[in-house]
Design a protein around this ligand. Structure first.
Ligand SMILES: [Zn+2]
Length: 131
């Protein structure tokens, strides 16, 4: 049986980002402070403050592959995923954001639309940036 490595203190000083019980671990990822610790190999939740690029890259991937989501009472379209993450990134890392958005380029966000032939439409976000 393999014992799961659990860490409870950041190896390097964290950037201080906090959202509810979620806090930056100091390695570019978040952990839930309600838990006993975290698995250092787990990197499901990039920090929007010190790991903004990966955070937004994942938001883009999700927005471009999912037209509708629903969990724990919240729901929305792929575009909502992108816009939600974008507003967090904007609040957490306003200085770095313009350059990161330029690198990420246009986001072809999916929007649930039952009247469309495919069941969704695509709206381009972040289109004003030139790669
Ligand atoms: Zn951070």
């Amino acid at each position: 049986m393999k014992t799961k490595a659990v860490q409870t203190a950041a190896p390097v000083p964290a950037c201080g980002f906090q959202r509810g019980t979620w806090e930056c671990r100091g390695d570019g990822y978040l952990w839930d402070a309600d838990c006993d610790g975290w698995d250092p190999a787990e990197n499901d939740n990039p920090c929007p403050c010190c790991n903004t690029m990966e955070y937004l890259q994942r938001a883009k991937d999700e927005a471009e592959s999912c037209s509708y989501y629903s969990n724990n009472g919240s729901s929305g379209t792929g575009e909502d995923i992108w816009l939600n993450c974008l507003s967090w990134a904007e609040a957490a890392n306003p200085e770095g954001l313009p350059e990161i958005l330029r690198q990420i380029g246009p986001v072809e966000a999916l929007i649930d639309d039952p009247s469309a032939p495919d069941g969704y439409i695509v709206r381009t976000n972040n289109a004003e940036v030139t790669p």
